[in-house]
Write a protein that binds this ligand. Structure first.
Ligand SMILES: NC(=O)c1ccc[n+]([C@@H]2O[C@H](COP(=O)([O-])OP(=O)(O)OC[C@H]3O[C@@H](n4cnc5c(N)ncnc54)[C@H](OP(=O)(O)O)[C@@H]3O)[C@@H](O)[C@H]2O)c1
Length: 271
């Protein structure tokens, strides 16, 4: 398998803020030719990165942005599918429109991006596809069920994609961040129904989550991990990054009886 090296072309979706911005800037500083995308490409300056407009929930927008990079560079060596956002609300009360919109960006947006870059990677017999999942895609978070579901879905997508594309020299993995300090917390959309029987528990639980996010890890940590992964010949299926106690919790999920793990999570999340 060929690795991705300085000088190669990398596409980073959701590069206008947070984790994507940190990764794009770090890769550019390491000598990669980086194209970053977002719906607000003129937003904050992203050092060394060429920003393009791209809404991952729109077929034409994704195709246009990928075509622009291929026309300019002749190739895309790696992609970091990072664009995403979170919604919060009880399962029972989440409007179907919000649930579908969550999947449209986080899951189908990632799928669209992968489908757009794959033909070039497959023909040239090399490429690296890194998908930003979440620890919430390993252990579901109460009152963020739709968000968790999109991230669980990405795990399945990547597991299958690896098997389908390895014959073409394409390396794929999921990067699973725990809580990081980004624009994610402010961007979260909350569905609130007046007088909801879930309101109190949701308020407590979300309070814990948001405090963890605001005190979360520095996005630079993930940026350094992504750069290391690009240079690796063989990738594992998944890589966690973030606070140590959250990584430990994910390991416990694998070994503890499911009801014991659930009891710990319920205690921690105050539900
Ligand atoms: N922060 C955390 O604690 C955390 C933990 C686990 C996983 N994650 C994941 O990390 C990824 C990045 O999130 P972040 O924390 O960096 O949040 P952020 O600061 O809010 O950044 C989100 C990025 O996604 C882009 N985006 C959102 N919707 C889009 C759309 N429809 N089309 C194109 N771009 C879109 C935004 O760009 P525009 O607004 O310009 O479109 C922005 O650049 C997400 O997939 C998130 O689920 C974050």
């Amino acid at each position: 398998m060929k690795t991705t090296q300085a000088g190669d072309v990398v596409l980073v979706t959701g590069a206008t803020s947070g984790l994507g911005k940190a990764c794009a800037e770090h890769l550019a500083a390491c000598g990669y030719r980086v194209y970053g995308t977002g719906r607000r490409p003129s937003a904050p300056e992203t050092a060394g990165v060429t920003l393009l407009a791209m809404d991952v929930s729109d077929d034409g927008s994704v195709k246009d942005a990928v075509r622009t990079v291929l026309d300019r560079e002749g190739r895309i060596d790696a992609v970091l599918c990072n664009a995403g956002y979170g919604i919060a609300g009880p399962v029972e009360e989440t409007p179907m429109s919000e649930a579908k919109a969550q999947f449209e960006t986080n899951f189908f947006g990632t799928l669209r991006t992968i489908q757009a870059v794959l033909p070039d990677m497959r023909r040239s017999g090399r490429g690296c596809i890194l998908v930003v999942g979440s620890m919430a895609g390993l252990a579901a978070v109460p009152f963020q069920a739709m968000y968790s579901a999109t991230k669980f879905a990405l795990e399945g997508l990547v597991e299958a994609l690896r098997l389908e594309t390895r014959a073409f020299g394409i390396r794929c993995a999921v990067v699973e961040p725990g809580d990081h300090r980004t624009g994610f917390t402010e961007a979260r959309r909350k569905t609130a129904v007046p007088g909801s029987p879930y309101a109190e528990a949701m308020g407590r639980s979300l309070g814990v989550m948001e405090a963890e996010e605001r005190n979360g890890a520095d996005p630079q940590e993930m940026a350094r991990l992504v750069e290391r992964l690009l240079r690796k010949r063989r990738l594992r299926v998944r890589y966690m990054v973030g606070p140590g106690f959250q990584k430990l919790a994910m390991m416990l999920k694998r070994i503890l009886p499911s009801r014991t793990f659930e009891w710990i999570i319920a205690l921690y999340d105050k539900v």
